[in-house]
Ligand binder design. Sequence first.
Ligand code: PBG
Ligand code: ZN
Length: 374
Amino acid sequence: MSFSNLVSDLAFKDARDDRSSQISHVRSQATARSHTSTAATSVSISGDISSQLHAGYSHPLSRSWQAERQLTKEMLIYPLFITDNPEEETPIPSLPNQYRRGVNRIVPFLKPLIHKGLRSVILFGVPLDPSAKDALGTAADDPSGPVIQTIRLLRSRFPQLYIVTDVCLCEYTSHGHCGILRDDGTLDNAQSVDRISDVALAYAAAGAHCVAPSDMNDGRVRAIKLKLIEAGMAHRVLLMSYSAKFSGCLYGPFRDAAGSCPSFGDRRCYQLPPGGRGLARRAIQRDIAEGADIIMVKPASSYLDIIRDAKDLATDLPVAAYQVSGEYAMIHAAAKAGVFDLKAMAFESTEGILRAGAGIVVTYFVPEFLDWLS
Ligand code: PBG
Ligand code: ZN
């Protein structure tokens, strides 16, 4: 008799007395054997004992023990869009519950979030004044621009808050590309790296704890690291590289929010092709060698295999994943349509990202998670 038959027979016996003779026969067999063998062998099991999984997660606490990583507030980085009109506070239509804010609106907004356990933000500059854009992205490191002003303000008002700055030119270039272009419209890698590493240095000098280049130009991690070393800041400024950043439509809502849509062409020459696992692995290894302190993968949920690759390749550094604007907007839209519960889906997608190997998650759900995790 198999183990499961025995169990169901015993259960059956409790309900139906008319089978008691058969059951007592089984019982007496089991009792008889227990005198001569261990308890474990007293039941005949045709299947493998390792097939019995339920006990490992039958209790809420034992269920939590099964997770290699549990989502905590420390893992979360919240993206903020800072615009050049200091008083602005405008909802972003493509990103539910997210706003473009001017520098005067940031502190009152963040105060309650910090009280609830917000540890880190990533800043994106959104210059709305058309004169702020030119071919070189000059406004990116303007000392009176919204990002540098916000870094200074947050450092003085919230000394415990960890400030990450996205480093790119696309919000500041007239053409909307993530670097400086040649006359023929192609990306000039050397010039772009020069400029982007200067911008990173300016953010670091203003007090950013972490600079995160998202431009995807080759060699920018090394250039930034060298400038940080030269400037005597390498010991206090962390370099998080958007190493495996795949091209695709999932950044659409962000480009809407940041006004950073390319005016011609697309970003396929510098962002990775969606099938390019080999390229992603090479970029991750290269960025580690060039001095990155954290490796980032984005988007998150459609690239869980790459997050796992990153964790395997970057065994000795943290891996971050960016749940990008399109992933967030999709979850919101589906929840709004009644397809699933927003909270349940936010947890499931984020926990999937952690399970794949990330220890840091950049997500627009941070304010909700601060409520849900308390
Ligand atoms: C800027 C940048 C982008 C994102 C982060 N930094 C847009 C892009 O590269 O097109 C995307 C973030 C999101 O979609 O939430 N280079
Ligand atoms: Zn960019």
